[in-house]
Design a protein around this ligand. Structure first.
Ligand code: COA
Length: 372
């Protein structure tokens, strides 16, 4: 047996959902650059779930299936109100509430393709309302009901603030959702596949994935980037702050990647969006600081920024609370998790690797009274 630490370089499954080849990311064969430029998030959901772009009629049908399911059960809103709200991270609330959603879905454990597709629609449709309802309840505000005529991006921004978002805000948010939708066998997607490969239900798979996404080495990094930008405070402090971290061998959040070597192809789109949005809302310093950090980290460690680095200043510019950045990642990545879960069910085999044992051998049981 050979051990691959962190499963680096191990090919654990086949998949037709998305690919990273030579630092190029594609969803079902479509380059992410092309999709970011041209596709809506709903088109991308369809693409990931069916591996083809929808016709207008197919897209309309998907949108209407989603919008019919935007609402979340009152019991979950009541549950949020019972949380020790000021101590709960929104990712923990989201993880718990997706699990709760499963309790209110009568088809939770029905494993036909049709039932699984209906559950896929429900989960994808309801996650935005779970995130925004929690955010509002902890602010002491009432949740805002979704508008069925809105797409996911517009609805999210509307339900969060209660104001009608501008066309620029909707476009930026929709593009961010497109960019985060899938990413081959990343840690949370692998977690989802491992979970459902036991033939557990789709709610369990998405709940498990949310737990993995929450960590700062994965989706939690975007919130940490914003924390770092806030700590740095101004352009004058960038160099001493970053150099001290690098000298102390601390990780700079939003940099590095297990798979990409030349750079994360999603970062350039978010960099561009960050430039535009920070200029528009009168906070260009945030973008300028980010550019300087990129220069220092890439220059000294040859580590390019990943998807989380510029998404932080994009979401901040949209007026979103910093600890909602990772739940927003989940709003988008749910589409990829679901695509992988359905793919796993369609050709399932239990995922059960081995561990190389490094503990002692030949131990003899000693009665507790004789142990020193
Ligand atoms: N800042 C500083 N150094 C970094 C770094 C970062 N963000 N990412 C990697 N490195 C360094 C490590 O310290 C290590 O150096 P060493 O060989 O001198 O010990 C080397 O690069 C390899 O790092 P390692 O953590 O083993 O790589 P990995 O493939 O296991 O991890 C990440 C990949 C993404 C987890 C890692 O780059 C990271 O922690 N990045 C910050 C968190 C982040 O942005 N996550 C979002 C990913 S999309």
């Amino acid at each position: 047996m050979t051990t691959a630490r962190g499963l680096e370089g191990v090919v654990a499954t086949t998949s037709s959902v998305s690919s990273i080849i030579d630092d190029t990311l594609t969803y079902a064969g479509y380059n992410i650059d092309d999709l970011t430029e041209n596709a809506s998030f709903e088109e991308v959901i369809y693409l990931l779930w069916h591996r083809s772009l929808p016709t207008q009629a197919q897209l309309d049908e998907l949108k209407s299936q989603l919008s019919e399911n935007y609402d979340i059960p009152q019991e979950i809103l009541d549950h949020f109100k019972m949380y020790p709200i000021d101590k709960v991270h929104p990712m923990a609330a989201l993880r718990s509430s997706v699990s709760l959603l499963g309790l209110y879905d009568e088809e939770s454990d029905i494993m036909t393709d049709e039932a699984n597709y209906r559950k896929a629609i429900r989960i994808q449709a309801k996650i935005p309302a779970l995130v925004t309802a929690f955010a509002r309840i902890r602010r002491g505000q009432e949740p805002i009901a979704p508008k069925k005529e809105y797409g996911i991006a517009e609805n999210f921004l509307y339900m969060l603030s209660g104001n009608e978002p501008t066309a620029v805000e909707i476009e930026a948010f929709d593009k961010a959702l497109v960019l985060h939708a899938d990413h081959e066998l990343n840690a949370s997607t692998f977690t989802a596949r491992v979970c459902v490969a036991t033939l557990s239900d789709i709610y369990s798979g998405v709940t498990a994935a949310l737990g993995a996404l929450k960590g700062p080495l994965h989706g939690g990094a975007n919130e940490q980037v914003m924390k770092m930008l806030t700590e740095i405070g101004s352009a004058d402090n960038v160099e001493p702050y970053i150099l001290e971290k690098l000298n102390n061998k601390e990780k700079i959040m939003g940099f590095g990647h297990r798979v990409y070597r030349q750079g994360d192809p999603r970062a350039k789109h978010l960099r561009e969006m960050s430039k535009r949005l920070t200029e528009q809302n009168g906070q260009p310093e945030l973008y300028n600081m980010s550019i300087e950090i990129e220069g220092l980290v890439t220059g000294s460690k040859n580590l390019p920024p990943n998807v989380d680095f510029y998404s932080a200043s994009v979401y901040h510019s949209l007026g979103i609370e910093h600890d909602l950045f990772t739940p927003i990642f989940a709003v988008s990545r749910a589409s990829g998790w679901i695509a992988h879960i359905l793919e796993q069910y369609a050709n399932n085999r239990l995922i059960r690797p081995r561990a190389e044992y490094t503990g002692p051998n030949m131990q003899k049981y000693i009665p507790i009274s004789e142990r020193g």
